[in-house]
Unconditional design. Structure first.
Length: 212
């Protein structure tokens, strides 16, 4: 019975994750670029009023249930009280995922409400858009290492994880999250840039875990 319950949660975790990350990529690779080119007097206001709020609903609730099912899985496999074996790989991916979840609910969603004028929220629209955009780009950056953590813990043997490489990876993720709060988009400004940065970050974290 326990195995069946764990499988259901794994299935749900992946399903909600597909919804969440699919919407994240849609925002970063499709909608943002479209908004730059849309007709400001017709198409753009309509998309902001009807399309974006619907997309944000699926986006934030996909994030919520991915997070909740992930917490259960961390507990069910015993990773919550150990850094032995390949658990550090799980925790590296989980840390990236937790920051992504927090960015959605504490930065992206509140600021997008200001940008779109939802729920009576008002404020500095351009500033709110910049904050939401940086957090969204950071989530796209983290998506590569997050998925690496999910898959690597089961399908990639890394000798002696949990040592210096693990903690170096944690410091790197924390530094990048600090940039999401106080920094700039830098090379993540373009779609190609953030994709390349995510792949590079995944490779760096893999190297840190494998060789330090």
């Amino acid at each position: 019975m326990e195995a069946a319950i764990e499988f259901i949660f794994r299935w749900a975790h992946v399903l909600f994750g597909i919804t969440w990350i699919g919407m994240l990529y849609y925002f970063n690779f499709v909608q943002t670029e479209y908004f730059k080119e849309a007709e400001k007097e017709a198409a753009l206001p309509d998309a902001k009023a009807k399309l974006a709020p619907r997309a944000l609903w699926w986006f934030r609730w996909g994030a919520m249930f991915t997070f909740l099912t992930g917490l259960y899985l961390i507990y069910s496999i015993g990773a919550h009280n150990s850094l032995a074996g390949n658990y550090p790989v799980i925790w590296m991916g989980a840390l990236a995922g937790i920051f992504m979840f927090l960015n959605v609910w504490l930065i992206i969603w509140p600021n997008q409400q200001i940008v779109l004028g939802l729920n009576g929220k008002t404020g500095d629209g351009p500033a709110a858009a910049a904050k939401a955009g940086l957090a969204s780009r950071t989530n796209t950056l983290f998506s590569g290492p997050m998925l690496f953590g999910m898959l690597g813990s089961k399908h990639l043997y890394i000798q002696d994880p949990g040592g210096v490489g693990f903690w170096a990876s944690v410091v790197l993720i924390l530094a990048l999250e600090a940039n999401a709060l106080f920094g700039k988009t830098g090379p993540m400004t373009s779609v190609k840039g953030v994709i390349h940065c995510s792949i590079a970050l995944t490779a760096v974290i893999w190297a840190l875990l494998a060789f330090l």
